[in-house]
Design a protein around this ligand. Structure first.
Ligand SMILES: [Zn+2]
Length: 310
């Protein structure tokens, strides 16, 4: 495995506001990824479970690694596979996990009309999304939202269901600059990932400059969202072709983006690359953006009902 960038841990501290270190493609090496990223200055990782199949792994990761904030919920891609008891199970994970070493559990939910999500009935996605949003409101927890090509629907649902005093994290935000203010007024935070490098830089710059400074977060979405930039030294995780990959093919076979066995996977240390890219577009010193995004994430994950203060 490639080594993490050789940065002093004290140089900056970063909070990876959304990643999937429990993903079967990398779960076997997750402890070494966490170690390497921690050495490079990443102090916290919000690890998002995506279905009933991986919630126990996220819970376990939270217990084993104090830097991990466990997040549970049903990602839109796995909506059709849910069991009849999924809500009871989700409630149980959310109520048991405050005992995890650091950070209380938050929820991961979403809407997807993109290439993957298109194959999943949107009405069903909305129903599952709304049920989870209601649960998050009831439990006063923040939600981490996956939204692909459905920002109009998202805004409408959030307006109808909001406000959200515990906060809403819009993971890997790629929406327009024009939507930022309306979403921010509802309590949304805007989490930026390596996918931003795929957006035209003038559009990305306009969108970033529209985000209030107290709502900016950084994330890797590892093992996905590897930044696509020239002349940067990315840290990648080689794809394991053994059992873990077999399991991956089983659950991800319909995703063209991650089905190639030759593809490099994203490492949480690459949050430094996201930091540099976003800082350059915002014309802001990297250290300043690192600190403000860390504080924003700490505030969001230490939400009012939480007993934990990061
Ligand atoms: Zn994700």
């Amino acid at each position: 495995m490639a080594k993490a960038p050789g940065r002093a841990a004290s140089a900056v501290r970063l909070f990876d506001a959304h990643c999937h270190l429990q993903d079967p493609r990398i779960s076997a090496v997750a402890p070494s990824l966490i170690r390497a990223a921690t050495d490079s200055g990443v102090a916290r990782f919000a690890v998002n479970g995506t279905s009933e199949k991986d919630w126990h792994l996220v819970k376990q990761m939270g217990q084993e690694h104090p830097a991990v904030v466990p997040c549970f919920g049903l990602h839109p891609w796995w909506v059709p596979e849910r069991s009849p008891d999924w809500m009871d199970s989700l409630r149980q994970f959310l109520s048991e996990t405050p005992e995890a070493a650091v950070g209380e559990s938050v929820m991961q939910i979403g809407l997807d009309k993109g290439s993957h999500g298109k194959t999943i009935d949107f009405g069903e996605q909305v129903e599952v999304f709304q049920r989870q949003l209601e649960l998050a409101k009831e439990l006063e927890k923040p939600v981490s939202v996956h939204c692909v090509r459905a920002f109009g629907d998202l805004l409408e649902i959030l307006k109808r269901t909001g406000p959200f005093p515990s906060g809403v994290l819009l993971h890997s935000y790629l929406g327009s600059a024009e939507m930022v203010l309306g979403l921010a007024n509802l309590g949304c935070y805007f989490s930026l990932s390596g996918f931003l490098t795929g957006m035209k830089s003038t559009k990305a710059k306009k969108m970033l400059k529209a985000i209030p400074l107290d709502r900016i977060l950084l994330e890797t979405d590892a093992p996905d969202a590897l930044p696509k930039l020239d002349n940067v030294s990315l840290v990648t995780v080689p794809v394991d072709t053994s059992d873990a990959d077999t399991e991956k093919c089983d659950i991800d076979s319909t995703s063209p983006a991650i089905s190639s066995s030759n593809e490099s996977l994203n490492h949480p240390s690459n949050i430094h690359i996201v930091l540099s890219y976003v800082a350059s577009l915002l014309e802001m010193p990297e250290a300043e953006l690192a600190e403000l995004s860390y504080k924003n994430a700490s505030k969001l994950f230490s939400y009012p009902g939480s007993k934990v203060h990061l």
